[in-house]
Design a binder for this molecule. Structure first.
Ligand code: CIR
Length: 253
């Protein structure tokens, strides 16, 4: 069960954030509305929502997931791999220290984005991507193993972040797309397979009694409902335009 979440309101500079997509510029007003709906959905999942004020200095800072990896007992402050995002951790650090007595941090030259880290019960999977390098992944693995978790490092082929293509629903069941469908590391789990045309829906979040999924992916939604999950659909079009998804918009712990 999650008790807490942290989100950060998008600032006016949000429309100038990083992207690899060709979906056009985000509409700021619409992004704010979608962010509000995201907060309401989290509340429906019975978690506290700590809303941080926007900071226009960091256009991508609404994607708070990339700044940390959280467990019940400790926080690991990341070292984001994009230069324009790296100092987002300076603002997140005191927030996390208000919740956690024990914190670690990833040190340069190691880089790590939280979006590259997936927890499946006591096992963490860490993706090597454009943002997370081997040094950062190894530092995190060492921290986690020192805390009695298991950790595996996975080289990404195409996905932007690890969690762009995989999510954990609980009960040893994962949602997978693309390169993760047949990936040997994930063979032992039950799988909900996301069809290629709905690949964006692989980034979803299980929050207590619900799975929050992006709106507009009916096949994936049906598969989840058939597997017994209650879903909440949210339109996140303005976050998708900057390569963001549902998991990126919060830290959950
Ligand atoms: C970035 O390029 O860093 C942002 N525009 C998107 C970050 C998405 N975060 C995530 O998948 N965890």
């Amino acid at each position: 069960m999650f008790k807490n979440t942290i989100v950060k309101t998008p600032g006016e500079s949000y429309i100038h954030g990083l992207t690899t997509s060709d979906l056009g510029k985000p509409d700021y007003e619409k992004a704010l509305q979608q962010h509000n709906a995201y907060i309401e959905a989290l509340k429906k999942c019975a978690v506290e929502v700590h809303v941080l004020a926007s900071n226009p200095e960091f256009p991508d800072s609404t994607f708070v997931e990339d700044t940390a990896v959280l467990t019940p007992g400790f926080a690991v402050i990341s070292n984001p791999g994009a230069i324009s995002r790296n100092r987002e951790i300076i603002e997140m650090d005191p927030v996390l220290k208000s919740y956690y007595e024990k914190t670690y941090s990833i040190q340069s030259p190691g880089t790590l984005d939280g979006g590259d880290v997936l927890q499946i019960d006591d096992h963490f999977y860490i993706g090597i991507s454009e943002r997370t390098n081997l040094e950062g992944a190894q530092q995190l693995k060492q921290i986690l193993e020192g805390e009695n978790y298991k950790a595996s490092i996975i080289q990404l082929e195409k996905f932007f972040h690890l969690k762009t293509g995989i999510s954990y629903l609980g009960n040893q069941e994962i949602v997978v797309a693309g390169e993760f469908i047949d990936h040997p590391e994930f063979q032992s789990y039950k799988k909900i397979i996301v069809p290629a045309e709905e690949e964006y829906a692989a980034n979803c979040i299980r929050v207590n009694d619900y799975v929050i999924i992006p709106a507009g992916f009916p096949k994936t939604k049906q598969k989840m409902n058939d597997a017994g999950y209650k879903t909440i659909e949210l339109d996140v079009s303005e976050f998708r335009k900057l390569d963001g998804g549902l998991s990126c918009l919060s830290l959950r712990f």
